[in-house]
Design a protein around this ligand. Sequence first.
Ligand SMILES: Cc1ncc(COP(=O)(O)OP(=O)(O)O)c(N)n1
Ligand SMILES: Cc1nc(C(=O)O)sc1CCOP(=O)(O)O
Ligand SMILES: [Mg+2]
Length: 214
Amino acid sequence: MLDPRLYLVTGDTRGRPLADIVGAAVDGGVTLVQLREKDARPDTLAARYDELSIAIGDTRVPILVNDDADVARTTGSAGVHVGPDDIAPAEARDLLGADALIGWSIHDLAQLGDTENVRASDYLAASPVWATATKTDTTAPLGLAGVAALRRSMPPHVPLVAIGGIDATNAADVIAAGADGIAVVSAICSAADPEAAACELRSTVDDALARRES
Ligand SMILES: Cc1ncc(COP(=O)(O)OP(=O)(O)O)c(N)n1
Ligand SMILES: Cc1nc(C(=O)O)sc1CCOP(=O)(O)O
Ligand SMILES: [Mg+2]
């Protein structure tokens, strides 16, 4: 079951063990995790997946793998997140099967015209909302207006997560603009207390979703 409200994408943990950060973040309310280690070899990525899987225990929070659908398949992970330099969602679907969770980065409205890959995706990611030091090779920031435009143009049943420069100060704005969840790296991985950071983000998102629906 895909719950996109608070999506932790792994990143720099300031020297702390990643499994500890992810475990704490899940305790704090993260609903989805993506293992993202751009320089890791497949065997290292697979070993890291196993560590994270132990860290989240029986919470059933899905762990997706960034980029590498083969590692996603061999580890038995929940699925994969892909972007413009990766295999296409439809190809990932063929590889991973109907039950896998597949996410796709969306940079502009024109991409929504690729209906085969939109249909193959379980969620789309508005990327990036704002410029971020965590990933500098992004396309131009969409801003809140871009998030709103994507939401209006997308199939209504497909969840939209937003990524890039999101923290507790702006998360509610992103939800108000139409995102169904936020994806963050530094707001949790760099936080002094990742569990507390996740808890604050989760209640901010939940409150904003409740306001939007009322
Ligand atoms: C949730 C989420 N959204 C966007 C991205 C970025 O994916 P991509 O464009 O493929 O860039 P890399 O992460 O591979 O550098 C993401 N990973 N997760
Ligand atoms: C992994 C990633 N993808 C992005 C995109 O725009 O596609 S931005 C990003 C990093 C987001 O980090 P932070 O939460 O620290 O800003
Ligand atoms: Mg990628």
